[in-house]
Design a protein around this ligand. Structure first.
Ligand code: CDP
Ligand code: MG
Length: 833
């Protein structure tokens, strides 16, 4: 009966889908035939048997036979010695105790929320519980579970683990799908994918045909994609009464989600951790006798960067949280500590992680503490790699016979991933340097010591996450507790907080949802491409709605860059931007680079905008470093300097001298490699959507043309534009919104006294006490005129940032008018919408 009911539902959906005319989204036939086949706009997440060929009875027979086979297979595995061991392991996890309760609630409710501490078995066990139950009731063959993960690495590692637990190869009943990679087959019943992949799937298949269960994992992180997905799914539920939605969270505050889904039931899995000792900075100093050095005397990587920033922009730029921390520090009472500790704390710099201190603690653990892995929470990929470089030259910590030093971040290789979970050989100390990915998504069982730097940022390497680069900021209390909890999985542990206790007390309770704190442009594009109606109306129905102003800003920006038209519909450009999973400005630049056949340099610029700090300036070798950089900077452009540096490195790399080249020229080899990898990724994306045929010669026919490259950069970075005003000795810069602005000292343009172009185009401005521009490129009037944003009707009535407004603001009226007339004629000619 059960199976027959399922088959009915399944056929019903299938037919209603078939009868609908396919939407008229741009032709992605090229995507379908792509080499990687993974852009995923029209590729199903699960393959379906073709029910229309057969009658319902036949379909039912096929599915029943398949379900019985699955049951047989499952029983054989569970009776084998290895299978039994896996079963035992699963049963030892806290999630198992709630298994029956969870399954009953899931069968009776369309939406269920499950919360439980990290490592209790939510991600690996719950999808299996569901599948096993379906198999036992002979419905295995129609059960299709999608489980979303915020990050690709967790989707990959978890699927591998679940396949192992089921005694199968990855790609059989358990698979994964992340952008540009995947492993799944026609018999895949549990699919782990990134949230982005499921959103993309919804583009092509609004009703998630054939899917029986959607599990949204890690909802406590409140990522933008997850929040967005929940709103979309909420709309879908009434149309798919059979579909089950399960939300999983690592923290226990699930009420918000429950009330969003009409008081959906919450199941709490009780957790267990061994006791953990906390050491705050003052305790660590007291314990180890370590002395912090005043930060202007340290040449630590992080410290040095900070020093550079503070020289350019004296101490005022503090965010609210930082000043709360500083207040806390001032008010704190350290009278029970030694004089030395008190003095040391005065030198503590809340803006920077002390690598020397971390090294000292790690060394201390290796020498004096009992066995057990160490997990170090760092802010991002760049800090991890610099720390790793530093540790590798340490006599003990860098010795592979004593220490297994691993990095764990969003872009690491799968081979490296496996080592993280494995227990090392006897006598070897495992040290894992991780981003906040190890906070809840990934569980490393043998961790006994945790070092927490107290900060987090979105990894600036992965531009494809759509997140702009953020400065590291203090984590919340909940995060700090999560990090600490990683130490007590299998035995009592210890946590070293690299900040004073009073600072912990000043942390906010919870992190604000991403949707409430980051720009919404990409989200707005997604709303439009999913045809979800008015952007502001849709966002008003979100779990927590962003401020109206933030929404308006995003829409305005998208209009300025020409992705939306006046009535907020997607333009052709907008449509392409929705399928390029990266910041719109990078997408725009790449599209034009491909169209104008100057792809190589533009790939480098786009990749370089995501990888920070390519040019290094060690404090003691500043002059040498600047001299090295000046050989690349002859074009009044930081972006072109980057292109030149990359190309010279690439040439040296062919002779296997890439590392040496970086060393001699004060370039970061890590950033170079990151740029190289990202370039390849961008290139295959462009190939996937058919913007380039991948022929290296044709798509670079104009790559030597510096003017063209400037123009394309201008196209991508507009409206980041300021006017260059020359005076006798030098020049000043003005934007329309901020008035006078300044250049970061490390910009190649900061060293010039004259810039032979009227405009600078920049990718980012940061308000400190004045407004500072990061990397910039000088461009001419005609480049701005042709490649600045659209000059649609809006510009006359107050949309100042539209190109027309800019020209009128900075030029003589007659000249501005002339330019605008030319541009209008051109627009008519080539029909730019
Ligand atoms: O999702 P949740 O944090 O509740 O836990 P999980 O990821 O399902 O992990 C449950 C258990 O499986 C953990 O205690 C890990 O030790 C183990 N596991 C593992 O050994 N290897 C993996 N790749 C993933 C999980
Ligand atoms: Mg999990």
């Amino acid at each position: 009966f059960n199976l027959s009911r399922r088959v009915d539902a399944y056929l019903g959906e299938y037919l209603s889908e078939k009868s609908k005319v396919k939407g008229s989204f741009p032709d992605f036939s090229l995507a379908r035939t792509s080499s990687t086949g993974s852009i995923g706009t029209d590729e199903g997440l699960f393959e379906q048997p073709e029910p229309l060929l057969s009658s319902k009875v036949v379909v039912e027979k096929i599915l029943r036979r398949r379900s019985l086979e699955m049951l047989d297979q499952q029983q054989t595995w569970q009776e084998s010695p290895e299978g039994r061991r896996m079963l035992e392991f699963g049963r030892s996890l806290p999630a198992y105790k709630e298994k029956e309760a969870m399954l009953t609630v899931i069968s009776k409710n369309q939406v269920v929320i499950i919360s439980g501490e990290t490592g209790c078995g939510k991600t690996t066990q719950i999808p299996q519980f569901i599948l096993e139950t379906e198999i036992e009731s002979i419905c295995g063959a129609v059960c299709k579970i999608i489980c979303t993960q915020p990050r690709r690495i967790s989707a990959m590692s978890v699927s591998e683990r679940v396949a192992l637990e089921r005694g199968e190869k990855l790609g059989e009943s358990v698979g994964y799908k992340v952008r540009l990679e995947g492993m799944k087959g026609k018999d895949t019943h549990i699919l782990f994918c990134t949230t982005g992949i499921l959103l993309r799937r919804l583009l092509a298949d609004r009703n998630l045909k054939g899917v029986t269960h959607v599990i949204v994992d890690e909802i406590h992180e409140r990522g933008m994609n997850e929040d967005f997905l929940l709103t979309v799914l909420k709309d879908l539920l009434p149309h798919r009464p059979e579909l089950r939605l399960i939300l999983m969270s690592a923290t226990l505050d699930a009420e918000l989600f429950s009330s969003y889904f009409d008081a959906a039931p919450i199941i709490k899995i009780p957790g267990f951790t061994y006791p953990i000792k906390s050491h705050f900075l003052e305790d660590i100093l007291e314990m180890t006798g370590y002395r912090l050095t005043p930060y202007n005397q340290i040449d630590d990587y992080g410290q040095e960067r900070l020093w550079k920033m503070s020289k350019q922009a004296p101490r005022k730029r503090k965010s609210q949280i930082v000043s709360a921390v500083e207040d806390a520090l001032r008010a704190a009472d350290f009278k029970n500590y030694s004089q030395q500790t008190r003095e040391s704390l005065l030198c503590w710099n809340p803006d920077s992680i002390g690598f020397n201190l971390i090294e000292h603690i790690l060394y201390n653990i290796c020498e004096n503490e009992r066995p057990g892995a160490v997990l170090v929470f760092m802010t991002g990929w760049d800090d991890i790699s610099s720390l790793k470089d530093k540790l590798l030259i340490h006599p003990i910590l860098g010795d592979p016979n004593q220490v297994l030093l691993l990095a764990c971040h969003g872009s690491m290789a799968s081979s490296e991933q496996r080592l993280i979970f494995e227990e090392p050989e006897d006598g070897l100390r495992k040290i894992v340097l991780a981003t906040n990915i190890a906070e809840t998504s990934i569980t490393i069982n043998d961790v006994v010591f945790v070092l927490d730097c107290g900060k987090a940022k979105e990894t600036s390497y992965d531009a494809l996450n759509n997140t702009p680069c953020l400065l590291p900021s203090w984590i919340s209390k909940v995060s700090a507790l999560q990090r600490r909890g990683r130490a007590g999985r299998t035995q009592p542990g210890e946590c070293y907080h690299l900040y004073p206790r009073c600072v912990y007390n000043a942390f906010v309770e919870y992190q604000l949802a991403e949707i409430l704190r980051t720009p919404l442009q990409s989200l707005c594009l997604q709303i439009k491409s999913l045809k979800l109606g008015s952007i502001s109306e849709f966002l008003s129905r979100a779990l927590q709605s962003p401020e109206l102003l933030a929404v308006q800003n995003a829409i305005e920006h998208l209009k300025i860059i020409g992705a939306l038209d006046e009535i907020e519909d997607l333009t052709i450009l907008g449509r392409y931007l929705t399928i390029l999973p990266m910041e719109p400005k990078l997408g725009k630049m790449l599209i034009l680079g491909a169209i104008f056949n100057c792809l190589d340099p533009i790939l480098t610029v786009a990749a370089g905008l995501s990888a920070r700090d390519l040019f290094l300036t060690p404090m003691d070798k500043k002059d040498l470093a600047e001299a090295a950089k000046s050989q690349f900077s002859r074009d009044y452009s930081d972006h072109l300097a980057l292109v030149r540096a990359y190309e010279s490195w690439k040439a040296a790399e062919i002779d296997l001298a890439g590392y040496e080249y970086c060393w001699k020229n004060f370039l970061s080899a890590q950033s170079m490699k990151a740029i190289d990898a990202l370039r390849r990724e961008f290139f295959s994306l462009l190939k996937d959507i058919g913007l380039t045929d991948g022929n290296a010669t044709t798509c670079n026919a104009w790559s030597h043309d510096v003017h063209l490259i400037r123009a394309v950069i201008c196209y991508g970075l507009y409206p980041g534009i300021c006017s260059v005003v020359h005076n006798e000795k030098s020049f000043s810069l003005k934007t329309m919104e901020d008035g006078q602005v300044l250049l970061y000292l490390n910009s190649v343009n900061a060293r010039e006294t004259k810039i032979p172009y009227p405009w600078l185009i920049f990718n980012e401005k940061i308000k400190v006490n004045s407004v500072f521009l990061r990397d910039s490129t000088a461009v001419s009037d005609s480049m701005v005129l042709l490649f600045g944003g659209s000059i649609s009707k809006g510009d006359a009535d107050g949309h100042l940032k539209m190109l027309g407004g800019y020209l009128e603001f900075f030029m003589k009226p007659a000249v501005a008018n002339m330019y605008l007339t030319i541009r209008r004629e051109l627009d008519k000619l080539i029909q730019i919408k």
